[in-house]
Write a protein that binds this ligand. Structure first.
Ligand code: KG4
Ligand code: ZN
Length: 331
């Protein structure tokens, strides 16, 4: 049995998180201190406030992760930390903590790409999962279809040319007066509405790239026009119709890519993976086509350090103390 203990650290946006992983898949602790209530009154993440809060939270969160895991800090064999993409100031807090601890404990440091981390959340929810598979990564900042043939081989098939799926959810929710983050709010509201009530245009992008800015504008236009004409709108119908358009677009491209590349496993990842309609639509479509479908448990969908520890464990490449934050890191 592999007893390697990895400490994961994540501070790329508005969650300060630390986790301890034994081997590649046994999660011993997963601590997340969310700043969402703090940013809510501003309608989105304020980078300066996020950095300051990470500074206050980082050491208590790491201590809690170590204690909950029932281990001693000196038992940790390696530290995996997110170095991008994300907010520069926020990333630097996690990096500084990870670098200092790795130096003091004389253990290796692993630089983890946050987007790859999201995919690896699935290995924790489904310990039997192995590559190759097709992954749809949908987060607040990214929408991408990735063919993963090995733990360290990722092929980007397509990505968003403008707004990410989560971004579109958040922006529309904001205009509708729903609290930040908007994704879960739209998800909830959509359950009360008719997804076929309003026809919004489906994004017309060929291949496996995505574009959600046209759809976002169409929904905003619909809301503005109604307001100008003093017409009451059915907010639940707007939420349901918008969500259906996004979900259908994501599902159609994912299924087409699985077919073209002959992949029989589909793996959903990122914060938007928590969307109930996306999960249900993909699960049903996969069942119909005889494909296996994986998605992380809710707590592992949104930002966490368990996925960072897991990615770090399989990465097998190490960083040194010159490691810096790369805010616009791609896949
Ligand atoms: O992966 P994540 O936690 O952070 C980034 O790396 O960006 O994703 C956050 C995004 C936000 O846009 C949030 O609104 C969205 O995930 N999200 C959802 C749901 N839960 C979170 N979007 C739709 N439905 C949900 N249930
Ligand atoms: Zn994320």
């Amino acid at each position: 049995m592999n007893e390697t203990l990895t400490l994961g650290i994540e501070t790329s946006c508005d969650e300060t998180a630390a986790a301890v992983l034994r081997g590649g898949r046994e999660l011993l602790s997963n601590v997340i201190s969310t700043q969402i209530p703090l940013h809510r009154k501003f309608g989105g993440v304020v980078p300066e406030i996020a950095s300051r809060k990470h500074i206050v939270n980082i050491m208590p969160v790491i201590d809690e992760a170590i204690n909950k895991a029932g281990v001693d800090l000196r038992d940790i064999n390696q530290i995996a930390v997110t170095f991008g993409p994300g907010l520069a100031g926020a990333l630097l807090v996690g990096l500084s903590a990870a670098k200092s601890l790795a130096y003091a404990l004389r253990i290796p440091l692993i630089a983890v790409n946050h987007l790859e981390g999201h995919i690896f959340a699935n290995f924790l929810s489904a310990p039997e999962l192995e590559p190759p598979f097709l992954s749809l990564v949908v987060s607040g900042g990214h929408t991408a279809l990735i063919k993963m043939t090995d733990y360290n081989r990722f092929e980007l098939l397509g990505q968003s040319r403008d707004d990410a799926a989560g971004e579109a959810f958040d922006k529309i929710a904001r205009v509708m007066g729903l609290p930040y983050p908007g994704g879960p709010e739209i998800d909830k509201l959509a359950k009360l509405g008719d997804p076929n009530a309003i026809t919004f245009p489906h994004p017309k992008v060929t291949g496996y790239d995505f574009s959600f800015s046209g759809l976002k504008s169409a929904v905003l236009n619909y809301l503005n026009t109604a307001q100008m004409k003093d017409k009451t709108i059915n907010a639940a119908d707007v939420a349901a119709s918008f969500q259906k358009t996004v979900v259908d677009t994501l599902a159609d491209k994912t299924l087409a890519a699985a077919e073209e590349f002959g992949l029989d496993k589909i793996v959903l990842a990122g914060g938007v993976a928590a969307n109930s309609s996306l999960e249900k639509t993909l699960r049903t479509a996969c069942q119909r086509r005889g494909l296996e479908f994986f998605y992380p448990s809710k707590i592992l969908c949104t930002d966490n350090a368990a996925m960072i520890a897991c990615r770090g464990y399989y990465q097998k490449t190490f960083a040194d103390s010159t490691l810096n934050a790369v805010p616009n890191l791609g896949l």
